[in-house]
Design a protein around this ligand. Structure first.
Ligand SMILES: NC(=O)c1ccc[n+]([C@@H]2O[C@H](COP(=O)([O-])OP(=O)(O)OC[C@H]3O[C@@H](n4cnc5c(N)ncnc54)[C@H](O)[C@@H]3O)[C@@H](O)[C@H]2O)c1
Length: 407
């Protein structure tokens, strides 16, 4: 591949999930010839048939665009290309609390037979600092290529917000991290075909770290709100009222307390910082523990509130990790329901946005002959229904009680 190319490129995207598929769609829409590669045959088949396994109106309209249909196809193994984008999962090993990079290693090894001089590899997956230098570079260089001379390697982490992917993938500023300026320019050329945000140039290690900083900032600030909320509860005062009053100070902006954090980023990425420098990550580690403890605290609260009801029969609503998405990864609401069930509580659990968890009829009918309603996630459509039918819902419950735990 020649750098500074403006003509269409052949781009292979390895891993076509939440991150890889939107990138593949946008690149195909921009006129590049894109091959989405996924080890999951169902995903490959769906892309080739123009079917989306991830819900989203904007996604559907882009998938249906004739230019995209023409430029994008999928297969289960890589092929030769100008650019390889790696967007595979980097899960947390739950025992060691370190990144499991096996899929990044496998994806890198899978493209090695297809590399030729001039190719650009972009890692979009979230990784601990030094992954490009200490893990990917040796795999490529063991094959006789020199990074920065024969093959160009950049880290351009994805920073999209699930739920608003298509606005953010275009309008967010894009971090372009690489050892050298030539690679940075090559990667910027790829993204400038659809990104309207600014290109922020830096080295690869800084780019790896910056992505982790962003989610760690969120995690630590949410932990502060949750901790203050716990203290307010011990004092028997309203945490939300206390925090709102504190936020009237011109330099205070405390987030809202909640039931914990979920998703594929915030509960995981801070551990990748601890992994590379444990000694200097004490606050980060404590914040992680505070947020991980929240589901248990919410369970204790529910038990306390309902202690006078014998063998309560609950309806819980919300299984996604945040409002208005169907993403259940690391969802604290699911943890709360599992913890309650493990203690023998009977719970009907619904989430209208998640396939297979919809109400059989509606929210009102779901409450008939149940003791209490627990709202764990504040999806807009649930809040609208609650607003409309609150009195009827209360009249259907054996114990007229709606517990709201969303923020
Ligand atoms: N989901 C998000 O909102 C988000 C946001 C920013 C960054 N990230 C990061 O992006 C990366 C990808 O996350 P995701 O949410 O897209 O994951 P995902 O699970 O939705 O998709 C990843 C896809 O990669 C495929 N895959 C795994 N190994 C493969 C291989 N060797 N070859 C080909 N395909 C392979 C899987 O089958 C899967 O379809 C992670 O590092 C994540 O932390 C995710």
């Amino acid at each position: 591949m020649a750098s500074n190319k403006t003509e269409p490129l052949k781009i292979v995207v390895i891993g076509t999930g939440y991150v890889g598929l939107p990138a593949a769609l946008m690149l195909a829409k921009a006129g590049h010839q894109v091959v989405g590669v996924d080890i999951d045959e169902n995903i490959v088949r769906a892309i080739n048939e123009g079917i989306l396994l991830v819900k989203g109106e904007q996604l559907e309209s882009i998938m249906d665009d004739p230019i995209v249909r023409q430029n994008l196809n999928a297969q289960s193994t890589p092929c030769d290309a100008d650019v390889f984008i790696i967007a595979v999962p980097t899960p947390l090993d739950q025992t060691s609390k370190t990144a499991n990079l096996d899929m990044v290693i496998d994806a890198t090894k899978s493209i090695v037979p297809h590399l030729t001089n001039g190719n650009l590899i972009i890692l979009e997956s979230t990784v601990p600092p030094l992954t490009c230098r200490n893990l990917i570079t040796p795999i490529i260089e063991n094959e006789g290529f020199k990074i920065g001379q024969d093959i160009y390697l950049a880290h351009c982490p994805e920073r999209i917000l699930p739920g608003d992917i298509f606005y953010e993938i275009v309008h967010n500023d894009r971090l372009i991290g690489s050892f050298d300026q030539k690679t940075q320019q090559m990667a910027a050329n790829v993204y400038s075909s659809f990104v309207k945000g600014e290109m922020l140039f830096t080295d690869d290690v800084t780019a790896e770290f910056v992505k982790l900083i962003e989610n760690t900032y969120r995690d630590v600030n949410i932990a502060l709100a949750n901790e203050l909320s716990s203290v307010a509860n011990s004092l028997d005062i309203d945490p939300v009222a206390a925090i709102s009053l504190a936020n009237r100070h011109p330099r205070v902006n405390i987030l809202k307390p909640g039931i914990g954090v979920g998703g594929h980023c915030i509960p995981i990425d801070p551990w990748f910082i601890k992994q590379v420098d444990e000694k200097n990550s004490r606050l980060i580690t404590t914040a992680r523990q505070i947020n991980d403890d929240m589901p248990k605290k919410i369970v204790n609260k529910i038990k306390h509130i309902t202690q006078n009801i014998s063998q309560p029969n609950f309806v819980a609503i919300g299984a996604a990790y945040k409002a208005n998405t169907a993403d259940v990864r690391e969802s604290p609401s699911n943890k709360i329901v599992s913890l309650l069930r493990a203690e023998g509580y009977k719970i009907d659990h619904f989430d209208p946005l998640i396939e297979g968890m919809e109400f059989p009829v509606n929210i009102v009918e779901a409450c008939v002959n149940k003791d209490c309603l627990i709202i764990l996630v504040g999806h807009d459509e649930i809040l609208i229904e609650l607003d409309k039918h609150e009195q009827t819902i209360l009249s259907k419950l054996n114990h007229p009680l709606i517990m709201r735990f969303f923020n």
